[in-house]
Write a new protein. Structure first.
Length: 153
């Protein structure tokens, strides 16, 4: 089953790839790897989850924010490759969680992205991951993540 068909079957609508909000490229391809820039939880042009996990937001909010970031990263992969069926492997997800002092649920928050990627790409979605907590985030976003994927030329 193709990825677009899989998305429809799962009831997932892929957003338009978000534009850069500063002086960088949303994605770069070198050889057979595509690297996305950090993706924020934009939905309909707005940050859908603002604030710090562990004070203003719950772990479940963070999970959903990570899921939205992953959708945006997948949209960037589609913009880069032209067709998600060209994606051979999601290699790495790097996630940054905007958190209050003492919050330690970074892995559970980033599962929002990892679970979605596995659901969509199945075996090709098994990836390495980095999950870090940070004190401040651009646009007060709850989560930011970047994705690296191998693409078939």
């Amino acid at each position: 089953m193709g990825i677009e068909t899989k998305l429809k079957k799962l009831g997932i609508t892929l957003p338009e790839a978000p534009a850069a909000v500063a002086a960088y490229q949303p994605w770069i391809q070198t050889g057979n790897l595509i690297f996305t820039s950090g993706q924020l939880p934009f939905r309909d042009g707005q940050i859908a989850y603002e604030g710090k996990l562990g004070s203003e937001l719950s772990e479940e909010d963070g999970y959903q924010a990570a899921r939205q970031c992953a959708l945006n990263a997948i949209a960037q992969l589609k913009a880069a490759s032209g067709n998600l069926d060209k994606i051979q492997k999601i290699v790495r997800i790097e996630g940054y969680v905007h958190c209050a002092d003492g919050f330690r649920g970074h892995p559970q928050v980033l599962n929002g992205a990892s679970d979605l990627v596995a659901e969509i790409f199945e075996e090709k979605g098994i990836h390495t991951r980095l999950a870090l907590g940070i004190n401040e985030m651009p646009l007060n976003a709850a989560v930011q993540l970047a994705m690296t994927a191998e693409v078939d030329d």
